[in-house]
Design a protein around this ligand. Structure first.
Ligand code: BQF
Length: 292
């Protein structure tokens, strides 16, 4: 069993980006700049935004975090997005999800200029992804592809079972793994909450991407010997073992599944850090494509 180390791989990617930033600095040009908007007091969201801000600092990007109270109106939020869209000094913009119920995530997503949409959530960018056109691949799927690529894992002709059909992970992942590309060229089965007898599918999988958001859902009896397992789950549960009082659980019962795997991602330290690295990659891509 080989551990797909997201901490190590994301550090490598961040080092490469930091090198690029040094080259940019030498030319005297302005630096890549990511703006993040966060609304309300969701603890997990705050952690994620802090991780993104820290990562920008590590590679030498400029970053701006804009915090609004839960009470901000949709109109005011959309106004701010428009202002950032028009700000030539900012390359990438993301609005941390989820948003409070009185704000439409669809309207917000569609308000972000597609060329600054480093999360790749705008319908234009999702459409471009499905057609294999240049775009921003959303951070989690992009991070997973990076991990597969950097470990040199063969994918062509394999059977990839994706569990979960969210707009953020399952749906794009299924499309990306079916693309005529590397990583890709797999035969994809997209399973979800209405799938009957899920186990018959997962047992046939060479690659399983678990993105359903149910902690420790995937058990050893559901996995074929030698399978590659990518765990996208990150549910925070209370724990007495950690200082913070929290621990992260994946969608995979790691202790029993990992001995059967050829490769598997841990949680934490697997897909999570790759998501952050992919966001930085997208921001650098936005910088280059909007700047020349
Ligand atoms: C790790 C996210 C669900 C909903 C919205 C490192 C992150 C997580 C885990 C992180 C995530 C998940 C992010 C680890 C960003 C990934 O060490 O395992 C980093 O910060 N993520 C997000 O911004 O929004 C989410 C998951």
């Amino acid at each position: 069993m080989i551990l797909l180390d997201g901490n190590k791989t994301s550090t490598e990617i961040k080092n490469e980006i930091a090198q690029e930033v040094l080259k940019i600095k030498e030319t005297g040009a302005r630096l890549p700049h990511l703006a993040v908007i966060i609304v309300g007091e969701n603890g997990a969201s705050k952690t994620y935004v802090a991780a993104k801000e820290k990562a920008c600092q590590v590679v030498g990007f400029q970053s701006t975090v804009i915090e609004y109270p839960e009470s901000i109106s949709e109109t005011d939020l959309l106004k701010k997005i428009k202002e950032i869209n028009e700000n030539a000094e900012i390359d990438g913009l993301l609005v941390q999800l989820p948003l409070p119920k009185h704000i439409s995530e669809t309207k917000v997503t569609e308000a972000i200029a597609p060329e600054k949409d480093v999360d790749g959530f705008h319908p234009i960018n999702v459409g471009r992804m499905t057609q294999n056109l240049p775009t921003f691949l959303s951070a989690t799927p992009n991070g997973i592809l990076q991990l597969i690529e950097r470990y040199g894992i063969e994918t062509a002709g394999k059977h990839c079972v994706v569990i979960g059909r969210s707009n953020i992970v399952g749906m794009p992942m299924s499309i990306l793994m079916a693309r005529k590309a590397y990583p890709g060229n797999t035969t994809v089965t997209l399973c979800h909450s209405q799938t009957k007898d899920l186990k018959t599918f997962t047992l046939q999988a060479d690659i399983i991407i678990a993105a359903l958001g149910i902690p420790e859902f995937l058990k050893a009896e559901m996995v074929k010997e030698g399978a590659i397992v990518i765990d996208v789950g990150i549910t925070r549960v209370k724990s007495e073992q950690t200082k913070s009082g929290w621990k992260l659980l994946g969608d995979v019962k790691f202790d029993e599944v990992s001995p059967k795997c050829s490769y598997i991602t841990p949680v934490p330290g697997g897909v999570g850090p790759m998501t952050i690295a992919a966001l930085l990659k997208n921001t650098l891509q936005a910088y280059y494509s909007n700047n020349q």
